[in-house]
Design a protein around this ligand. Sequence first.
Ligand code: ATP
Ligand code: MG
Length: 253
Amino acid sequence: MAVKGFICRHASTGSTSIPSLSSDAVRPISRVLSGSWLRRDRMLARVRTGILGGTFDPIHIAHLHAGETALHAARLDRVLFMPAGDPWQKTHDRQITPASARVEMTRLAIAATPGFEIDLREVEREGPTYTLDTLLSFPRDEELYLILGSDAAARLPTWHLWEEVVKRAVILVVPRPGHDFSLVTNVLPRAVLLDMAAMDISSTAIRQMAAAGRPFRYLVSPEVYRYVVDEGIYTQSRSGDMVMSAQDQEEGQ
Ligand code: ATP
Ligand code: MG
């Protein structure tokens, strides 16, 4: 399948191997991949871990589909869903739901999927969280794959010590409507682009729908929907909660 000039490799050809930090992580091309990489050096047997971080306020089906797409396409052993911690600084922008509820929603959303795990290291860390610190907290022999939407990936070069980030982890990018892959390849020519149907869903839109009493049931897992409705997460006033803008949170990356 040809996708806008990117090289697309099918599992059926068997001609492509997943980039790994131990072998061909630094191929100077970007790729759109569908299916799964077949060649995998089992002799090395290094754990291959995908990391999908986010505010998850709430976690929605595009997060879950991105995680499963990466799990399959890159032959990962697991995908860690890593909720961001509570804001450590107050600012004037929107309220972020407390981590306890965002963690609970994440747990509920991933529980039924083999290979999905929750990782609380960013929730438990005090102060600003840098993605590089998170990556460096894993054992050195673990292969890390950072899963990002194309919006987040295009901004990666603004992150703290981002060159070190891309040395420690292979960047896997899933499409997000309005954020073309070309924006990513301009700044991250070695990123690996995953073939996934773009889904025009955001937590922001879901919060707004819930607050306005509009339907959002099928944009989140059934368990998350029930939790949001039962707890009134986006319908109660939460004045006095921690306040932090998405922009502020991203500056911490
Ligand atoms: P918000 O609207 O609150 O910013 P969000 O939907 O963007 O929420 P985040 O928790 O900010 O979700 O995103 C976590 C990660 O998931 C980021 O890498 C982001 O690019 C990715 N992501 C979120 N929604 C989508 C989507 N619809 N398609 C692809 N990637 C997505
Ligand atoms: Mg976002």
